[in-house]
Write a protein that binds this ligand. Structure first.
Ligand code: HEC
Length: 206
């Protein structure tokens, strides 16, 4: 009997040892395989949406009480900044009225949406923008009076464009979508959303 308990304990130790030896990569591969087995592709929603890029992988490794060291975050942000594509015509601000429609719309990218139609950005799901819209989420900071407070400068236009294009370029692991980088919004749509934030005539700045 003693021997059996001893053997069991030994097995327990070996099992615990093995569990600890599984690398991050192996664990991630197992989790990915499990998720891919449990989702079905439908319409434009393909299983490759579960594949993470290097930045997303790093963000998944640092969660809960495992805080990402600042230098790691800064390196990731620099890499994301380098991926931003600015408009060839140098103009960053479009039409705020169109920007308001894009910010209001949550249509797009779902399996049931027609990929030929333009996507919305659903900014209001996370931000307050104009005062007239009372239904908004608070995951992100209020953007009411964004241009008025931050200044209608070319630098701020550039920041607004860059932030919407690739939110991770300024805060690694942000929960805000990377609208340009991920192909959710077109360049012209991003300019219109920037106008919503930066045009002095936009209701955001009234
Ligand atoms: C899923 C939620 C979510 C959506 C959708 C979203 N954002 Fe954000 N946004 C955030 C969060 C969270 C932050 C704060 C963290 C950060 O800076 O990334 C933020 C930050 C920002 C900032 C920086 C604010 C500052 O003070 O510098 C801007 C500008 C912004 N969002 C604009 C937008 C616009 C425009 C849209 C729509 C095109 C949008 N966001 C959609 C979550 C979201």
């Amino acid at each position: 009997m003693k021997k059996t308990i001893g053997t069991l304990a030994l097995f327990g130790l070996i099992a615990a040892g093995c569990a600890a030896m599984v690398s991050d990569e192996e664990r991630e591969a197992q989790a990915l395989a499990m998720m891919k087995a449990s989702f079905k592709e439908s319409g434009q929603a393909k299983l490759d949406r579960l594949d993470q890029d290097d930045m997303q992988k790093m963000c998944s490794r640092y969660h809960g009480d495992k805080v990402m060291p600042r230098d790691v975050g800064e390196k990731l942000e620099k890499e994301q900044q380098a991926l931003i594509k600015f408009p060839a015509d140098g103009k960053l601000v479009g039409d705020w009225k169109s920007g308001e429609r894009i910010a209001q719309s949550g249509v797009g990218k779902q399996f049931s949406d027609n990929p030929a139609n333009p996507n919305g950005a659903n900014c209001y799901a996370c931000h307050q923008l104009s005062k007239a819209e009372l239904a908004y989420g608070t995951i992100g900071p209020s953007l009411y009076n964004f241009g008025k407070i931050r200044g209608f400068t070319p630098e701020m236009q550039k920041y607004a464009f860059s932030k919407v294009y690739n939110s991770q370029a300024f805060s690694a692991c942000s929960s805000m979508p990377r609208f340009g980088h991920s192909g959710i919004l077109t360049e012209a749509q991003i300019k219109d959303v920037v106008a919503l934030l930066m045009d002095p005539e936009s209701p955001v700045n009234k």
